[in-house]
Design a protein around this ligand. Sequence first.
Ligand code: NAI
Ligand code: MG
Length: 350
Amino acid sequence: TKYSIAVIPGDGIGPEVVAEAVKVLDAVTEPAGITLDKTTYPLGAEHWLATGEVLSDETMDKLRGHDAILFGAVGAAPNDTRIPSGILERDLLLKLRFTFDHYINLRPATLYPGTTSPLAEPGDIDFVVVREGTEGLYAGNGGRVRQGTEHEIATEVSINTAHGVRRLVKYAFELAQKRPRKKLTLVHKHNVLVNAGRLYQETVNEFAPQYPDVTVDYLHIDAATIFLTTDPSRFDVIVTDNLFGDILTDQAGAVTGGIGLAPCGNINADRTAPSMFEPVHGSAPDIAGTATAQPVASILAAAMMLEHLGHEDLADQINQAVRRDLETHGNEQRSTDQVGDHIVAALKAA
Ligand code: NAI
Ligand code: MG
């Protein structure tokens, strides 16, 4: 079997962590007789500075032809005035998500043995956030009138379609049913956001009878942030909108021992375009070039990519190797490539 993979290493630590993810991918696929045919695309802040191109339609067409995209991170240092603010977010990251219809933003949160949570009693943290990826407050539906005057009005109107909510909720139920605890928590704010909130709640209510073995729960977003620090083990699958999901998954990264361990899948579950897998973190310009970046988030994202391609067994091998590696070496000072080498060794020892 052969897959064609687009690799977008990006800026800063992006190329450093992606190199380790590729190392681990090759180590797990080659013995299984699977070939990953990789094409690297130089996109990001440095590419824009060198060429003036953010992401051309020609490049989009090429990307569309791949089976999946492995992404590092893009962006310059926040104080780098050479890059106009928001251009990479809007014209690169959001362009990819919207054009390739990545309507599922999948973010697992796991507390691994050997990693330390800042929580006093973290318990067993193992949940996954199914965040909506193409609608809500990220739809860019708004504007500014009387701009610059004291009577200015800025609007940012959340878009929530029945189609968008249904495909999200259905995906979340299917995922909950496959997991041992089979619990689905809708997180929203339907007491105040009565329009969008009720559409979400009614959609969950409508699907629930088709999944009788899935326990359904509901929390307002504010309460959810409390429980995420006081009782995170109560969560299994969380389904939520685009902005709530963004905030909740940063918090989830923090309680599970840090941003260097959190992966993300931008998934088109209908497979009409390639899905994209990346660490949650950014390009970390503050530590770029020091070989101290933690590559585990990128390695776990690569495992999610293999699962999406239908190789759950190989994904599981990577996840187990990461688990064993963190258990053994989690608290040691290691360089980026040492972590990759150790995880490859853990794979081979299995
Ligand atoms: P960041 O995630 O890059 O860094 C935040 C902090 O976490 C920094 O102190 C960094 O050193 C640390 N950190 C991040 N990843 C780490 C890792 N793997 N190992 C060890 N430490 C790690 O977020 P920040 O600083 O807000 O953004 C930096 C640049 O990245 C900006 O240009 C931003 O726009 C971009 N960015 C890109 C994203 C993407 O490509 N999807 C996502 C988030 C930010
Ligand atoms: Mg974020």
